[in-house]
Design a protein around this ligand. Structure first.
Ligand code: NAD
Length: 422
């Protein structure tokens, strides 16, 4: 009989639920409160009819899941992908709840998605999908209700269409309905760079904690998109040598350190880092096992698994992507005290922190300069990192469990103080 490992059986929602149950047990969470926090508050499925460019009609399925609104409006991205599912959106929505809580910003968690392949859709088709998606969900969205943002397959333009659709329905401009929009219509300075900068800030803090000198450290980065490229540049600015980088097409390794400026130029021209002449080609599997001080998965979910977790050779694992490590891989990493893990809900929280700043600036119609944004971002990350590290050391638990416990305990507190209605 074919055996199926636990890891293969768990879909993203089950995997996050397993982690939640583990944290709930460690926290001695009241069973009733646990039941509330485990499930999303609201799940909406819509089927959107859209006229395609050639005149035929297509129906797309979309989701919006609001996991929690206990600490503030629901907050989370909208993903356009062919394989997006309700379970995936549920998992990502709950992740957002814990992420906002661990960095202590006044948002709950949400996520949305539309099953479609953006690479096969025209600009006009994407616009019509986005506007109809927004219109169908209009009563659930709102600056005080639920504030979307970009995610995989969506971008600043998508947010501009969402904002415009919502504003037209309301009869007045409402920039605070979305974050991650262009600066010209109420976006924040420093939003685009926020996640990568945050990753690099936390890597610096982790280096301090384990006594690693940035000028002697090497880093490997999986994914050279928004987060990976900015994290790489920012770490390099602090003296770290970036020895390997990859994207969906392949990777590149240079033990002497990659010239990031040249690499970026090459990637812009060729739409990939693969084939960069100043280094050796490596696969993504080889990249993850490359000996280095700092490993930054900044691409996809489920990259570090039961199959490769034991082969990772780094001192700091900075989880820039959402969910790059599976629960089974976690168990392996838990038995490896040589690796300092900066868990995803903390590591990539820079993006949602500056989204929070964007929302605040929109609400008060008063905009900050980039220096102010970066300064405030680092202060929040500093507090969250210190609290997570202290909890991890005090309770002798992993950084991942400490971050999740901090997030869950803040949401629990809000739920308990507010009470049940009726
Ligand atoms: P992006 O689309 O800009 O970049 C993704 C990169 O990953 C690209 O270089 C792509 O080629 C690469 N990639 C795709 N498949 C790959 C594969 N199989 N192997 C190696 N590389 C692969 O996306 P992004 O905004 O940089 O986001 C990256 C990750 O960070 C995602 O998990 C996202 O959910 C997470 N994240 C992003 C933000 C943000 O502000 N952008 C915030 C929080 C979390």
């Amino acid at each position: 009989m074919k055996t199926i490992s636990l890891e293969q059986e768990l879909n993203p929602w089950e995997a996050q639920a397993a982690r939640f149950d583990f944290a709930a047990e460690k926290l001695n969470l009241d069973v009733g409160i646990g039941k509330i926090l485990r499930q999303p508050t609201r799940e909406i499925i819509i089927h959107i009819p859209v006229a395609m460019d050639d005149g035929h009609i297509e129906v797309f399925t979309g989701f919006r899941v609001q996991h929690s609104i206990a600490r503030g409006p629901a907050k989370g991205g909208v993903r356009y992908a062919p394989d997006v599912s309700l379970d995936e959106v549920r998992a990502l929505a709950s992740w957002m709840t814990w992420k906002c809580a661990v960095v202590n910003i006044p948002f709950g968690g949400a996520k949305g998605g539309v099953i479609c392949d953006p690479s096969k859709l025209s600009h006009g088709e994407l616009e019509r999908i986005t506007r109809r998606y927004t219109a169908e969900l209009i009563e659930w969205f709102g600056p005080e209700r639920d504030v979307p943002a970009p995610d995989l397959g969506t971008n600043e333009q998508t947010m501009a269409w969402m904002m415009d659709t919502y504003s037209v329905h309301m009869g007045y401009s409402t920039p605070s309905i979305v974050t991650g929009k262009p600066v010209g219509i109420g976006g924040s300075a420093g939003r685009r760079e926020a996640t990568g900068r945050g990753v690099s800030y936390l890597v610096n803090r982790a280096m301090d904690s384990i006594g690693l000198d940035a000028n002697k450290a090497t880093a490997v980065v999986q994914g050279f998109g928004n987060v990976g490229s900015i994290a790489a540049f920012s770490m390099a600015k602090h003296g770290v040598k970036i020895i390997a980088v990859s994207d969906a097409m392949g990777g590149i390794f240079n033990a002497r350190g990659l010239d990031l400026w040249k690499l970026e130029q090459f990637a812009n021209q060729n739409r990939t880092v693969a084939g960069f002449p100043e280094g050796e080609a490596i696969t993504n599997d080889q990249l993850l096992a490359t000996p280095c001080d700092i490993l930054v998965p900044a691409a996809l979910e489920r990259q570090i698994t039961e199959a490769n977790a034991a082969n990772i050779q780094c001192r700091i694992l900075a989880e820039a992507a959402n969910g790059p490590t599976t629960p089974k891989a976690d168990e392996i990493l838990d038995r490896r005290p040589d690796i300092f893990v900066i868990p995803d809900i903390l590591c990539n929280a820079g993006g949602v922190i500056v989204s929070y700043f964007e929302w605040v600036q929109d609400l008060q119609s008063f905009f900050w300069g980039e220096t102010e944004v970066v300064d405030k971002l680092f202060r929040i990350l500093e507090g969250a990192f210190t609290q997570t590290l202290n909890l991890s050391r005090k309770q002798k638990i992993s950084m991942r469990l400490a971050a999740l416990s901090l997030g869950v305990s803040r949401v629990r507190e809000a739920k308990q103080i507010r009470g049940l209605f009726p």
